[in-house]
Design a protein around this ligand. Structure first.
Ligand code: ARG
Length: 488
């Protein structure tokens, strides 16, 4: 007999309806968390005198058995893990004991608690995996402070830069992603348990105790909010969407750079596929799939936003439909982060091709215009006009060619206003261009070295934060295990 439906409902839904309704498949993700939540709740019930010591011990014993059996042993005719687990407990411990576990709680606060516990672990791991990727970028950047490459705007050669500068740009974006995940973590790690269906309960429960036993930072203040909100989910997936956007831009560059047109890198064979017909092909499939998974994650964000939009308070079953999108998104972003780390760590960099590419496209034009301003005192806009006119002719920008154009535009030669052959030559040297850009944030080797040091320090700080989180969660875990041991 179905312990949930037996009272109010008389007809069992058919298989088609059950498939439509059940969350059991997605609930695999929260099975362990559900046992943890049950334990903390039961311990608290006993401490508050809501259940007696004997029942507490029998329930804890049953939960241990169910944990060992695993989710596969649960009756799949139930609509979710929570009720299936309770049914199994009642089977093991009898209704007079097992039937007391759900006192002072609802599946509404239970599921929200399980999702938060599971997600928080995923967020920590994602932070760690993103750390690894940033470290891989730093390791590569550290070897390429003087590796010249074209810098692009509009995918056109723009100004010379270094590979270090380019890789560090990506590292900085990812550092902000780590900060965002930490923010999402802070708002995820709050306890909804005790909210029950939405109106809390008349049982004298202790929400601070379950908050402590489950390692939450605090209890959510309002019981209706606690079961109604999935904003922590939206915030997390929105962080994932941002990360995927960042990673997809990196993947796009890896794909372009490994093409014959660029030839800047060769991806490792592990991160490549070949063609079933064209024997010569080496294709960047991993980077392409990463690019595509961005769509999966953005789609998940849009799905959850849309599911939650205009939902009346408090709990509605619609919320169940949001959860699988969260798991799909976290799986995609975590795997993509690891793939990016692997590709960055193993790719071959072709310095000579990058250097040769930097000689084309007159990328030193900006520095030439700046040099003219500094040497002659003419306004930048006028120097821009002169150098732009030279670029248009396609002529080599020698001092005499510049003089010719400035005679037309300015009515005098730049050399008469102090521009020397040597200054022109220096302005046209890509490495000197880079070395001049010592402004903070710039590509000069002294500056990219300083940037690496700054990022390393930030990584250490954020690593310390993550360690504190681990410590706190482990301490709560040990405490819960200890208390369960005492009461078993
Ligand atoms: N499986 C449900 C979910 O994921 C659990 C909560 C069910 N609550 C209810 N009132 N039907 O949302």
């Amino acid at each position: 007999m179905n312990i949930l439906r037996r009272g109010r409902l008389s007809i069992q839904p058919d298989e088609d309806i059950m498939n439509f309704t059940s969350s059991l498949d997605a609930d695999k993700r929260i099975f362990e968390a559900d046992i943890e939540v049950d334990r903390a709740h039961v311990v608290m019930l006993k401490e508050q005198g809501i259940i007696n010591a004997k029942d507490c011990s029998a329930i804890l014993c049953g939960l241990g058995k169910i944990q060992n059996e695993g989710i596969a042993s649960l009756d799949t005719s139930y609509e979710d893990v929570h009720i299936a687990l309770e049914a199994r407990l009642i089977e093991l411990a009898g209704e007079d004991t097992g039937g007391r576990m759900h006192s002072g709680r609802s599946r509404n606060d239970e599921v929200a608690t399980c999702i938060r516990l599971t997600l928080r672990r995923e967020l920590i791991t994602l932070m760690e995996e993103t750390h690894d990727l940033v470290s891989a970028l730093l390791a590569s950047a550290g070897k390429h402070h003087e590796t010249i490459m074209p810098g692009y705007t509009h995918t056109q050669h723009a100004q010379p830069t270094t590979l270090a500068h380019h890789l560090l740009a990506h590292a900085n974006a990812l550092l902000r992603d780590i900060e965002r995940i930490k923010g999402a973590y802070d708002r995820t790690n709050r306890n909804p348990l005790g909210a029950a269906a939405f109106a809390s309960t008349g049982f004298p429960i202790d929400r601070e105790r379950t908050t402590e036993l489950l390692g939450f930072d605090s209890a959510l203040l309002n019981s209706m909010d606690a079961v109604s909100t999935r904003d922590f989910m939206i915030e997390s997936i929105s962080c994932f969407a941002n990360i995927m956007t960042d990673l997809s831009r990196m993947a796009e560059e890896l794909i372009l750079w490994s093409s014959s047109e660029f030839g800047f890198i060769e991806l490792d064979d592990r991160y490549s596929s070949t063609s079933s017909i064209m024997p010569q092909k080496k294709n960047p499939d991993i980077a392409e799939l990463l690019r595509a998974k961005t769509g999966t994650v953005h789609g998940a964000l849009m799905s959850v936003l849309t599911i939650c939009k205009a939902l009346p308070y408090s709990y509605n079953r619609d919320l169940q439909e949001a959860t699988p999108h969260l798991w799909r998104a976290i799986d995609a972003v975590r795997a993509s982060t690891r793939m990016a780390q692997g590709m960055v760590s193993t790719m071959k960099l072709k310095k000579e091709t990058m250097r040769l590419a930097s000689d084309t496209g007159f990328m030193t034009a900006t520095e030439l215009a700046d040099t003219i301003v500094r040497a002659t005192g003419i306004p930048f806009r006028t120097a821009h006009h002169i150098v732009g006119s030279i670029a248009k002719t396609g002529k080599t920008p020698t001092l005499s060619a510049l003089n010719g154009i400035s005679l037309k535009i300015l009515g005098e030669k730049l050399s008469d206003r102090g521009l020397s052959e040597k200054a022109v030559k220096e302005a046209l040297d890509p490495m000197l261009n880079i070395k001049k850009r010592t402004v903070s944030g710039g590509p000069a080797p002294v500056e990219t070295k300083r940037q690496i040091a700054v990022i390393k320090k930030k990584l250490v700080e954020s690593g310390n934060e993550i360690n504190l989180i681990h410590k706190k969660i482990n301490k709560a875990k040990e405490k819960l295990a200890r208390v369960c041991g005492q009461y078993s």
